[in-house]
Design a protein around this ligand. Structure first.
Ligand SMILES: Cc1cc2nc3c(=O)[nH]c(=O)nc-3n(C[C@H](O)[C@H](O)[C@H](O)COP(=O)(O)O)c2cc1C
Ligand code: SF4
Length: 454
């Protein structure tokens, strides 16, 4: 397959107008869906094996079918473009490259589940992406009835905005605080508990939705000709950290991290080797033994980690894992919303222990306390953030005990200039820029004038 044929969502240059999108076959899937029974559309998605690209890999057809079959009179669909996972830039890349396919996918979802309205949610500061999406929406809305049901919603910078139950709160005009029940039981503007007023709602990642038009047009077998048995199709990978040429690149699933890092991202600096890779901050560390694993949701899970949103942060053998653990834990503590006290308290305690260790003030007691605190941090958690804290930190402790021992003994000679890879921009030839204000963000989400040490 040529480079262009290995892609479903992106192309060499961004698609600049609806006219260009239509010239490439865009819009035809929506026409087809208008003439097709919604149940048959869902069957096509089911056969294609499309799984959510927002991190969890949930089967899209199951989600759509549940809401479609519900007898509730009001239903909604939301496209999640909040993208807050450290080390991930795929959604913003897609919004810049091909906003039309996102809008078409969302319009199809709205038709299939019978949505009263559809919402496209992105962060307020994503000005370039908002421009691209607004243009695509305006052009679609001029000629397509169902596209007029789509509203663009601008939300806050907080990590939790992307959590689906918090996303609904923001669309309703509130803060990004995850509610208790999932969107299919308590949807937008609705009551709860699956009753007639529950307004069941589908929330899908924007990359998931952008896959839909091509699947409908070209069929499940074509889609399954990309990727692996359990995760068909392509995914947009972000590779950052200690690589020569950071990239955002669409590739079929089944590609290995070795191929992504060494063939596409230019490998590591001369003489360096991979020490640790993180798929965002939501999964256990990926160790060098996993470099040749064909990437898919199931293969990564079986290996003890996760594919997440396919954003991989690479650290070479000069990086100190105590530093990494501290920044990840600090991020999760700051972003935790404090609705579930064990999450906010546990992540604070863990971050404090890590800071002491990092500063050379820690001892064995700190080290022994972290797994214990991590065991109760997710107690009663409304969302997965508390689990992320527990999973990612304990995995680093387990895999790199020598780095922690060196900090207790005061002998660590590794690199400590690491920063949280919270991305703000990506330029093809220059790589990523990172949020330089984040070290001033406080656990109540306000910003201090000075760095905040936790
Ligand atoms: C703390 C947290 C942050 C999340 N952020 C995002 C996000 O920025 N974008 C996203 O699509 N999903 C995010 N998710 C996952 C969503 O809750 C949800 O599973 C996803 O949007 C479903 O879409 P999919 O089925 O298409 O993957 C996040 C989850 C958690 C726990
Ligand atoms: S688990 Fe943490 S982040 Fe999630 S709702 Fe509870 S306190 Fe907030």
């Amino acid at each position: 397959m040529g480079e262009e044929e290995r892609r479903i969502l992106t192309s060499e240059a961004p698609i600049a107008s609806l006219e260009e999108y239509r010239r490439r076959g865009g819009g035809q899937a929506l026409e087809k869906v208008l003439q097709t029974d919604p149940a048959d559309v869902i069957e096509i998605i089911r056969k294609a094996g499309l799984r959510g690209r927002g991190g969890g890999g949930f089967p899209t057809a199951v989600k759509w079918d549940g809401v479609r079959r519900s007898e509730a009179s009001r239903k909604f669909v939301c496209a999640n473009g909040a993208e807050g996972e450290p080390g991930t830039f795929k959604d913003r890349y897609l919004m810049r490259q091909n906003p039309y396919q996102i809008v078409e996918g969302l319009a199809i979802a709205a038709l299939v589940i019978g949505a009263e309205m559809a919402y496209l949610a992105v962060k307020r500061h994503m000005t370039r992406e908002i421009g691209a999406l607004q243009r695509a929406l305006d052009e679609f809305q001029a000629g397509t009835e169902v596209a007029r049901k789509i509203d663009l919603v601008l939300g806050p910078d907080e990590y939790l905005f992307g959590e689906e139950k918090a996303l609904l709160e923001v669309i309703e005009g509130g803060q990004p605080l995850p509610r208790l029940l999932p969107p299919y039981l308590q949807g937008l503007f609705g009551g709860a508990l699956g009753g007639p007023e529950s307004n069941p709602t589908v929330v899908n990642n924007i990359e998931t939705l952008a896959h839909v038009p091509q699947i409908i047009l070209k069929g499940p077998d074509w889609f399954r000709s990309f990727g692996t048995q359990d995760t068909p199709g392509t995914m947009i990978f972000t590779i950052s950290g200690d690589v020569q040429k950071p990239i955002v690149r669409e590739s079929p699933l089944g590609v290995t991290l070795r191929e992504l890092i060494y063939d596409l991202a230019g490998g590591l600096k001369e003489g360096r080797r991979v020490k640790a890779i993180f798929s965002g901050v939501a999964n256990a560390v990926v160790t060098p033994e996993m470099l040749d694993l064909p990437l898919s949701f199931d293969s990564m899970k079986q290996a003890g980690s996760g594919l997440g949103s396919a954003g991989f942060i690479v650290y070479d053998d000069t990086a100190c894992m105590v530093d990494v653990a501290y920044w990840f834990s600090r991020f999760l503590h700051v972003e935790s919303c404090n609705q579930c006290p064990p999450c906010k308290m546990g992540s604070r305690e863990i971050t404090t222990h890590l800071r002491r260790l990092l500063d050379g003030e820690g001892n064995r007691g700190d080290l022994e306390d972290i797994p214990y605190v991590a065991s109760w941090t997710p107690n009663g958690a409304r969302c997965f953030l508390a689990w992320e804290e527990s999973i990612v930190v304990t995995s680093i402790l387990r895999e790199y005990p020598e780095d922690f021992a060196a900090h207790i003994e005061g002998t660590c000679l590794l690199r400590h200039d690491l920063q949280l890879p919270k991305m703000t921009d990506f330029l093809q030839d220059e790589g990523f820029t990172y949020d330089q204000t984040y070290h001033r963000k406080q656990p109540d989400w306000s910003y201090s004038d000075d760095p905040v040490v936790i």
